[in-house]
Design a protein around this ligand. Structure first.
Ligand SMILES: Cc1cc2nc3c(=O)[nH]c(=O)nc-3n(C[C@H](O)[C@H](O)[C@H](O)COP(=O)(O)O)c2cc1C
Length: 186
């Protein structure tokens, strides 16, 4: 059907007013973002860094731990023009060290999102969302943060990288559909 049509409760928000911003390293969160894009017709934007994280998993884990401890906000290479025209922002990220990844903190600090609705979504290795959704609420002051969506992604530590294909992809598509249908829009 039409993006943002009467098929679901997104009727209150037109596709042109929907932005889907995501951070993804091994493309699981990206796959969820693409599902949301197909279902809503919104604009899809990947968060990229001026200095990308290393390839090596453990080096990245260590760097993220240091950044979280010091409150460092890695500068984004991604620039989002005319963010003011979006009413609804789907914000996607993996769980990193049971916290919100530093680049997502950079995004939330850099842009004025006051008055907007944020719908957080997450993938993780099976340990859950940690403090991520709570951190979004704390950092995005003046916004309305909807109940988030989370699903199991890869387990990079064990060499399991991208999992969003075949039956798993279909399952996640269905989960995303029910998540969006249950939004209580004003
Ligand atoms: C630096 C780093 C830290 C991670 N920390 C956690 C964690 O604390 N809990 C968890 O369940 N998964 C953790 N993971 C696994 C990712 O959340 C999981 O693989 C996710 O699906 C990756 O999403 P992506 O493919 O979009 O990058 C971590 C991965 C990385 C790279």
């Amino acid at each position: 059907g039409q993006p943002g049509s009467s098929e679901n409760k997104m009727t209150a928000v037109q596709a042109e007013k929907i932005l889907i911003v995501y951070l993804s390293r091994t493309k699981n969160t990206k796959a969820v973002a693409e599902i949301i894009q197909k279902q809503t017709g919104g604009r899809l934007v990947a968060l990229e860094l001026q200095n990308p994280y290393p390839q090596d998993y453990q080096t990245t884990v260590d760097q993220v731990a240091r950044e979280n401890a010091s409150g460092f906000l890695p500068p984004l290479a991604t620039v989002i023009d005319s963010i003011e025209k979006y009413e609804m922002i789907f914000l996607g990220f993996p769980t990193w060290g049971m916290q919100l990844p530093p680049p997502v903190k950079s995004f939330l600090k850099q842009y004025n999102l006051k008055g907007k609705t944020i719908a957080p979504f997450n993938t993780n290795a099976g340990y859950g969302i940690g403090s991520t959704f709570e951190e979004v609420k704390n950092l995005a002051s003046g916004t309305r943060v909807l109940d988030g969506f989370s699903t199991r992604g890869g387990v990079e530590r064990d060499g399991v990288l991208f999992v969003m294909e075949g039956d798993r992809l279909i399952q996640v598509q269905d989960q995303v559909t029910s998540w969006i249908q249950n939004f209580k829009m004003p």
